[in-house]
Write a protein that binds this ligand. Structure first.
Ligand SMILES: Cc1cc2nc3c(=O)[nH]c(=O)nc-3n(C[C@H](O)[C@H](O)[C@H](O)COP(=O)(O)OP(=O)(O)OC[C@H]3O[C@@H](n4cnc5c(N)ncnc54)[C@H](O)[C@@H]3O)c2cc1C
Length: 268
């Protein structure tokens, strides 16, 4: 038997899903399943019940407001973001989603699942932190909105509490964005990543160097200031079979400079 027995529900509404999650501490939301099902297969996690979010209309869709703000449902897949004409208002979103894994993973994996996992090697936590995204979380008491910086709390930990669901991601208007990563092979997860956005000021978010994206706001935007701000952050990334802590620290500076250069190019 591949998986241990697990209860399964596929509610049609957000209210029903939240009720099911709140009623059972051992229940977990199932989005694209590209992390959760693998975790279950590896016996690293063993939920009592899966609450499949795929029928819930409130979690779907990409809306582009008149002022350029994007509102993206948590169940939007990477492929939908790559193909959506609305999402092209913020082109970096589709560009980065197109770099995630392979077609099968992109067809199933969702923006909500990606950031709720908050695996430091995932592409989207640093990207959404750099873009200044806001997340809407729904629970028994209604909706609350948190900034990306308050959303990511630790490895595999976010502001989404027991009995709550991430419903929407709101991304402000802008185009001057960049992303750079060194990955495990062409379609692999990140060894280190850096996202940058120039929207008013410059915001950089480094991935894979700490439990949560490390956000920096260097001034001015030139290369020396970017390198100095990464150095001043005193990051202490983990060492593993893929890279030493020193190499990750070096990559963080190199990739931050590349991401900022792309953002500056996209502004002109
Ligand atoms: C072969 C392979 C390669 C991969 N490579 C990459 C890569 O290069 N870059 C990258 O970023 N990712 C990569 N991934 C991970 C992939 O992007 C997953 O899709 C993502 O991490 C989880 O999204 P999901 O929709 O599949 O969520 P699921 O696996 O269904 O859920 C993940 C977690 O989030 C919770 N969750 C999901 N949605 C919500 C919600 N709306 N509210 C509250 N909690 C929720 C679930 O309960 C679960 O704990 C890879 C995966 C595979 C299998």
């Amino acid at each position: 038997m591949l998986l241990r027995e697990v209860a399964y529900a596929r509610p049609a509404s957000l209210g029903e899903a939240v009720e099911l999650l709140a009623a059972n501490d051992g229940a977990r939301a199932l989005a694209g399943g590209q992390t959760l099902v693998n975790v279950m297969k590896a016996r690293a996690g063993s939920p009592d019940a899966l609450i499949d979010l795929s029928r819930i209309e409130e979690l779907k869709g990409i809306d582009l407001a008149g002022d350029g703000t994007l509102e993206i449902g948590a169940m939007t897949t990477y492929t939908e973001l790559v193909q959506s004409s609305e999402a092209r208002a913020r082109p970096i979103l589709g560009e980065v989603c197109a770099q995630i894994a392979d077609l099968q993973v992109r067809n199933r994996g969702t923006i909500g699942g990606n950031i709720c996992t908050n695996d430091p090697t995932n592409h989207l936590p640093p990207l959404l932190a750099a873009l200044g995204a806001e997340m809407t979380i729904h629970g028994a008491d209604g909706d609350r909105t948190v900034t990306a910086q308050d959303f990511f709390l630790g490895v595999y930990m976010t502001a989404v509490g027991t009995g709550e669901l991430l419903t929407k991601i709101r991304i402000p208007a802008g185009r001057a964005d960049g992303f750079a990563a060194v990955t495990l092979g062409v379609e692999g997860t990140c060894i280190v990543s850096a996202a940058a956005s120039i929207n008013g000021g410059l915001r950089i978010a480094l991935g894979c160097v700490d439990a949560v994206p490390v956000v920096l706001e260097p001034e001015p935007e030139d290369e020396a200031a970017v390198v100095a701000s990464v150095a001043a952050a005193n990051i202490d990334p983990p060492s593993d079979v893929h890279a030493s802590s020193e190499y990750r620290t070096h990559l963080a500076q190199v990739l931050a400079v590349r991401a900022v250069a792309q953002a500056a190019k996209n502004r002109s």
